[in-house]
Design a protein around this ligand. Structure first.
Ligand code: NAP
Length: 248
């Protein structure tokens, strides 16, 4: 059974590991190519865009895939929309392997905002020490509030850093520990945390650390995706794969 996995996430890596030693599946992991040194994959991997919906549908047909699993990040809206359309066009069944959004717990001080521009506004006029963990995309929006100090954490150094007059960059790849998150926030005297509502366990420790240290969190809500079958647990994805195994 040939399975194309759209990746770039912990979910995709977990699925790749689960399929790596199986003789009855031929998985291929696809990465966009945004990260310079991605974690080595335990299954065959290709890198780069497909060329829109048509390119992905052609790729699915030409390589005779039996299933498509969209395990991309919840904020990667374009590739997920492409996956839905390419599945419909090619007839290759699609499953979205997604993580549930984070929900506040008692003691959390969260403001949910609709996008990065709103996140910038939520920081207010007074200069603050802000921890940006939303990734390197759309960093330039924070240039509109140059009064703040930004601690920026991403895997690769973002070009847009030069637009932020007061900043410090940390290159790091999750998962992150609670102890580590607490230490960073304390050492940098963080007053605001900005994050996407990515969900999942790998990067949730920062939210617990913020709760403990009574740091307000500005959480960017996910784009809406609809119209595809979804699973949140690896076991359910493996069951779905079995259910879509082509007849011998
Ligand atoms: N957005 C985030 O916050 C975020 C966070 C962590 C990881 N990531 C990962 O980083 C990648 C890029 O994210 P993005 O937000 O830039 O995506 P996006 O805006 O949804 O996608 C833009 C284009 O990048 C190509 N692409 C994206 N993911 C791909 C994949 N897995 N394999 C092959 N091509 C892919 C596609 O090009 P073509 O149209 O040419 O096919 C797509 O149209 C995704 O794979 C995602 O899982 C994203």
């Amino acid at each position: 059974m040939r399975i194309l996995i759209l990746g770039g996430t912990t979910q995709a890596s977990d699925l790749a590991r689960a399929l790596a030693t199986r003789a009855d599946v031929e998985p291929l992991l696809s990465l966009a190519g945004r990260t310079q040194n991605p974690t080595p994959a335990p299954i065959p991997c290709r890198v780069g865009g497909f060329g829109g919906v048509e390119g992905l549908a052609t790729f699915l047909r030409d390589h005779q895939f039996d299933a498509l699993i969209d395990a991309t990040h919840p904020f990667a809206a374009q590739i997920s929309a492409n996956a839905r359309a390419a599945s419909a066009a090619s007839g290759v069944p699609l499953l979205v392997f997604s993580r549930p959004a984070w929900a506040p717990n008692e003691g959390d001080d969260w403001s949910e905002v609709g996008g990065v521009a709103e996140a910038v506004a939520a920081l207010g006029a007074k200069p603050r020490r802000v921890f940006l963990t939303h990734g390197r995309l759309q960093l330039a929006a924070f240039a509109a509030a140059p009064q703040h100090f930004y601690l920026v954490r991403a895997i690769d150094r973002p070009e847009e850093l030069r637009l932020l007059p007061h900043h410090k960059f940390i290159s790091a790849r999750g998962p992150f520990t609670l102890e580590g998150e607490r230490d960073i926030m304390r050492a940098e005297r963080i007053e605001f945390l900005v994050s996407k509502n990515s969900g999942g366990g790998a990067t949730a420790a920062k939210l617990v650390a913020a709760r403990e240290l009574k740091i307000p969190v500005v959480l960017i809500a996910r784009p809406q995706a609809e119209g595809a079958e979804e699973a949140a647990r690896l076991a359910d994805v493996l069951d779905w794969i079995e259910a879509h195994r082509p007849a011998p």
